[in-house]
Design a protein around this ligand. Structure first.
Ligand SMILES: [Zn+2]
Ligand SMILES: [Zn+2]
Length: 476
């Protein structure tokens, strides 16, 4: 689409109109939790994420407040409660991340190594080996099912939570740094060059993936992301011919490279647990096949997590091997790795980890990177400031190479710079701020690519406004 456009501003106007009164209200994937839902989740999920447990605490303490009498006693109790919650949260964080918050440094690249015990590799020998010995419950499976509500706080289903209880400190050292940054190769074939910014958002494909086009249109999006299947379940119905036909009909006029599907949060392509690794690899193949059949050239996913059981370097190699295996089973689709926030044991907050994965991918024309602004900020690049933004650009060019960039996730951040928390915020309401996004919107490196909002969703109109706001930041 819009190959004939000549400037950034116009890129927002060109989606084919497909107005319909059908609104998919049941599909509020990114809606807000009600107290009831949260309470239900509380009883049904044993391994809730940090974000959710925090929310529950906030809500339950709000409830308490309502019933308590006014006055000083209430104040005292509340502040006591807040202190207790804070203490508990800090404890949780320490447990999950295997290191106290205080010891964190800005980015993976200069992370303090808190090494006390070298990891035991009882069930982790070589890539793809069958796991032996004790296997922990895969929390990813536990979190399946009900959860319709999603705020695109990507940390919610974080793979860190695979062993949420007591965790021994592991040798969680950064991957090795090269002495010289050799060029990683030509990368995937370039996207059509127009000089435009293609603002879009993550849309719903509920009721049928083809509905994504209508949702994108309502959001005034000129690019979009979607899940090609239920992202909370390992199993999915295969694509049938009717679906492919409807998708093809709906997609007329939309450049396929501006559609960047997002993979399931269940997938851990670097999992040290053989069963999870196997399921993740099958899932990747299946997702790439979906893309192939729908004519989508890209597939974006979170690289993976060591879950604190293997070295980061080893995990990166497992991820690359997973991609190689999937490449062998499919044709043409590019695997797009997302940078992460350095939360816990996730891979991809340190750009050197992405570099290492790319280095080990055999077919470099089928691997790319998507930069998530919230993740980069949380990982330590201060995108609210010129210097921090420039540092990200310099590092990306040096460590990875611009030829690999295939998309941007446009998210403000609830958390502070370098806090490693993956918590998305609406544009201009977070710690990156509007000036940060002005720089992003005027950066030439981000031309011609899908720029996808993954901020808290209220309705499509809200996303349309946010897209307009971002387009308004482009210098005339
Ligand atoms: Zn993501
Ligand atoms: Zn993202």
């Amino acid at each position: 689409m819009s190959r004939d456009r000549t400037n950034n501003k116009e890129a927002g106007a060109g989606v084919k109109r497909r107005r319909s009164s059908q609104k998919d209200n049941k599909d509020k994937e990114f809606g807000k939790d009600t107290v009831d839902k949260v309470a239900k989740k509380m009883s049904s999920k044993r391994h809730e994420s940090l974000n959710e447990s925090k929310k529950i605490k906030e809500i339950s303490s709000m409830k308490d407040e309502d019933t308590e009498s006014q006055g000083k006693r209430k104040e005292n109790r509340r502040s006591k409660k807040e202190k207790a919650v804070k203490k508990e949260e800090n404890q949780e964080k320490e447990d999950e991340q295997g290191e106290p918050q205080k010891k964190k440094k800005k980015r993976g690249s200069d992370k303090t190594t808190v090494e006390s015990k070298v990891i035991t590799k009882e069930n982790v020998k070589g890539s793809g080996s069958k796991g032996k010995g004790k296997q922990k419950v895969d929390v990813n499976e536990v979190t399946n099912g009900d959860a319709k509500d999603k705020t695109l706080d990507e940390g919610k289903l974080d793979m860190n939570k695979e062993s949420p209880k007591k965790k021994k400190k592991t040798g969680d050292e950064p991957v090795p740094r090269p002495t010289e940054y050799e060029h990683l190769g030509a990368g995937p074939s370039p996207v059509p060059s127009t000089g435009c910014k293609y603002m879009g958002c993550h849309v719903s494909g509920a009721g049928g993936v083809w509905n994504a086009f209508e949702n994108a249109e309502e959001c005034q999006a000129t690019s979009f992301a979607l899940f090609l299947r239920n992202q909370r379940q390992w199993m999915a119905k295969p694509l049938d011919e009717a679906t492919i036909k409807k998708w093809t009909d709906a997609s007329q006029g939309f450049s396929p490279h501006l559609i960047l599907p997002h993979g399931s949060y269940l997938m851990n392509l670097g999992s040290p647990v053989a069963e999870t690794l196997e399921k993740s690899r099958s899932m990747l193949i299946e997702e790439l096949q979906r893309c192939e059949r729908l004519g989508i050239p890209h597939f974006n996913f979170h690289p993976g997590s060591t879950v604190g059981k293997i070295k980061r370097e080893e995990c990166c190699k497992l991820i690359a091997e997973s991609i190689n295996l999937a490449h062998n089973e499919t044709k043409g689709v590019i695997c797009v790795l997302e940078n992460m926030s350095c939360q816990g044991f996730t891979i991809g907050g340190d750009l050197h980890e992405l570099r290492l994965i790319i280095q080990h991918v055999m077919d470099k024309s089928r691997v790319g990177v998507c930069i998530d602004t919230c993740h980069a900020h949380a990982a330590g690049y201060d995108l609210s400031k010129e210097d921090g933004f420039q540092e990200l650009l310099d590092d990306f060019g040096k460590i990875i190479g611009w030829q690999f960039l295939r998309g941007i996730h446009m998210n403000d951040s609830k958390g502070k710079v370098g806090d490693h928390q993956d918590r998305h915020e609406n544009i201009g309401h977070g710690t990156i701020g509007i000036e940060g996004f002005r720089r992003i919107m005027n950066c030439e490196h981000f031309n011609d690519l899908p720029l996808i909002l993954e901020t808290p969703w209220t309705d499509n109109k809200g996303y349309a406004k946010e897209i307009k706001k971002l387009q308004g930041l482009i210098n005339k």
